[in-house]
Every structure is written in structure tokens, then in C-alpha cells.
Design a binder for this molecule. Structure first.
Ligand code: IMP
Ligand code: MG
Length: 333
């Protein structure tokens, strides 16, 4: 049995999409399943120069024999989902849980108002209002949407039975630890818990069935929307360092700050991380671009990775050195 959960260690946009697409292509899990909030997330990865941006499907789509699923805890935007299914031709290997929630136009309108987009800086994708309706027990379920009927299944059964058979399951989280409704910087957070436990609950995976939790950190911290960000750089300084980014879903400017070791330690605790991934090492150490072997990293880059490992006591097993999926150092034994 082998279940690996991949979650974000800071405020989202750590590069989970790239890590998951790599793990899927390399390990060829029988199942890749997405938990998390919903289409507020944008997971990006690049293969052979082609940029893929996914808001609903698991980032494992390029592993052709992997069955793709979305867990019951996720809220679905049917239009975005159906477009992605068609674009990636995954019709015959994809299903969602019948109890996924459904985002309707009224949720999106509410999310774009002063109270949410204005005050919190939400993505305006309707996920928060949909989850509030779920708490009120008025949200529509995916099993009651006609256009989704051919994609409905029982995801918790599929995942747990696959583990019983000794198959590999790759679990994809969304957002990041400090956007968690419970453990993040409330009220500047998303509408659910997005730590590893929350992501597993979305899927129906009990805590004793998880083998590894890979926590993904970017080499620096970014945040979109309102809320605290310690040691935040000015936009000019971020641009000078090459850290300035624009958000996948909303096109908003991302705020940035240096790698935060205190947040990293707390995130490891909250997620019971067993392994770490560090992305965009080439952004802070340009000489490391496209490097695929640890020994070929510069001394500065190696000492940054060692500092993370020393401070946290967890091994950095995956290191991103460029935007392509295979720009990666894989130190898993
Ligand atoms: P919501 O999730 O759209 O309700 O937005 C709440 C907060 O979470 C805002 O600060 C958003 O910018 C942030 N957020 C939500 N999803 C993501 C994501 O996938 N990446 C980064 N930030 C996100
Ligand atoms: Mg993102």
C-alpha cells in the first residue's frame, strides 16, 4: 500500500502542480486524486515548452494510465471542469465523487462582492460562498447535476480499495498551510482546512492510511490577496530579485518575502510532513538552472538546502531547478 499526500507549506503557489506532474510521470500511480477547496486553485506545469494550467483536474493528467478523481470535499465549477475534461481527453479515466459540492453563478457573484473579494482578497471563484452553503446544508451536490452524471463515482471507495490491493495513490492538495481556515492567518484564509489532514478528509482517506506527506515550499514566500506577510519586499525589490510573480487564476500581483524558517517549521508540524520539496531554487541561485543532480548544485544552493534540513529535521527530497517538469533533482531513495 502506498498513499502519498502533496500539500503546500506557505500560502499556495509553492509549485505543487509541477511536483505532482513529475511524481505522476515518474511513479505512475494507479490513482491521482485531488482534494482541497476547488477552482480557486490554479496548478501550473510545463512539459516540452507547453504550459498547462489546471483549476479542477488533478495535475497528474499526463500520466496516461493513471485514473483521475476529485474527492467529495471539493467544490466543482461544472463549466471549468467539463472544459478541462474535454481539453485533456480524460473522459474514460476520470470521475468525481457524487458528493462534491457545486458552485453556481450566485456563489460567484457573492464572492466578487466587497465583503469577500474586497476585504479578504478572495479569488472570486465562488468557493467560499459555496462552502458556506454546504455548512448550511443547502448546497447542490454533483450527483444532482445532469451534465456531470457520467462522471459520478464513489471516490472514497475507489481510493481505499486501491490501497487494499497495494496500488499507489497520489493525493493532491491545493492552496497552502497558512491559508487554512483553521490554522492559517484568519480571516485572510480560504474557506476550508487545507493541511494534509483536511485534504485526506476531502477524499475519505483515514490518517493511518497515509505513508508519506510531501510538503512543498518555494525558495521564497509569495502571497496573493490581503493578510500578513513578514519581511515583505517592495515590488521594486521583488522585481530586482526576480521574485515578482502574477497569479494563475486571478492575474493579480503576488507579494513576496524571503524563505521563512519559522513558518516552515510550523507547517511541517501541522502537516506531519515526512519529506520536503523545494521549488524554484534556480530563481534564487540562477547558476543552478536545469541541474538534475544534487552534487552539481553550487555551494550556496547546497547550503540553503542544508539549512532547511538542519532547521526542520526533514529531508528535502525533491528540488525544482526550472519550470519544466523534468527540471528537478530527485533524492528519494
Ligand atoms: P478564496 O480561496 O478564493 O476564498 O480566497 C481566500 C484567500 O486565499 C485569498 O487571499 C486568495 O488569494 C487565497 N487563495 C485561494 N486559492 C489560492 C491559490 O490556489 N493560490 C494562492 N492563493 C490562493
Ligand atoms: Mg496557484
Amino acid at each position: 500500500m502506498s498513499a502519498t499526500v502533496v500539500v503546500g507549506g506557505f500560502f499556495g503557489d509553492e509549485g505543487k502542480g509541477k511536483m505532482i506532474s513529475y511524481l505522476a510521470l515518474k511513479d505512475k500511480p494507479e490513482i491521482a486524486v485531488r482534494g482541497g477547496v476547488g477552482p480557486n486553485a490554479g496548478h501550473t506545469f510545463v512539459l516540452n515548452g507547453e504550459v498547462h494550467k489546471l483549476r479542477m483536474l488533478p495535475s497528474a493528467i499526463l500520466s496516461k494510465d493513471t485514473r483521475l478523481m476529485i474527492g467529495a470535499g471539493v467544490v466543482i465549477n461544472p463549466e471549468i471542469l467539463l472544459n478541462e475534461i474535454e481539453k485533456y481527453h480524460v473522459q474514460d479515466r476520470f470521475f468525481i465523487d457524487g458528493q462534491c459540492g457545486v458552485i453556481e453563478p450566485a456563489h460567484i457573484n457573492r464572492d466578487k462582492g466587497e465583503d469577500l473579494k474586497g476585504r479578504i482578497g478572495t479569488t472570486g471563484s465562488g468557493t467560499g460562498p459555496a462552502n458556506s452553503d454546504r455548512a448550511l446544508r443547502t448546497l447542490k451536490m454533483a450527483k444532482n447535476v445532469r451534465e456531470l452524471s457520467i462522471y459520478i463515482g464513489d471516490v472514497s471507495n475507489a481510493v481505499n480499495f486501491a490501497l487494499d490491493r497495494g496500488e499507489k495513490v497520489l493525493v493532491e492538495g491545493t492552496q497552502g498551510t497558512f491559508l487554512s481556515l483553521y490554522h492559517g492567518t484568519y480571516p485572510y484564509v480560504t474557506s476550508k482546512d487545507v493541511t494534509a489532514s483536511g485534504i485526506c478528509a476531502d477524499i475519505g482517506l483515514g490518517p493511518k492510511r497515509v505513508d508519506d506527506v510531501i510538503l512543498v515550499f518555494k525558495s521564497y514566500v509569495t502571497r496573493v490577496g490581503a493578510g500578513p506577510l513578514s519581511n515583505e519586499l517592495s515590488k521594486e525589490e521583488a522585481q530586482k530579485r526576480g521574485w515578482f510573480e502574477v497569479a494563475t487564476v486571478t492575474g493579480r500581483e503576488r507579494r513576496s518575502a524571503p524563505f521563512n524558517f519559522e513558518l516552515a517549521k510550523k507547517a511541517i508540524m501541522l502537516n506531519s510532513a515526512t519529506q520536503l520539496a523545494v521549488t524554484k531554487l534556480d530563481v534564487i541561485f540562477p547558476e543552478c538552472a536545469h541541474v538534475k543532480e544534487y552534487d552539481k548544485l553550487s555551494e550556496g544552493a547546497k547550503s540553503f538546502i542544508e539549512q532547511i534540513e538542519k532547521t526542520t529535521n526533514v529531508k528535502v527530497v525533491l528540488i525544482g531547478t526550472g519550470e519544466e517538469v523534468y527540471d528537478i533533482i530527485d533524492r528519494r531513495s
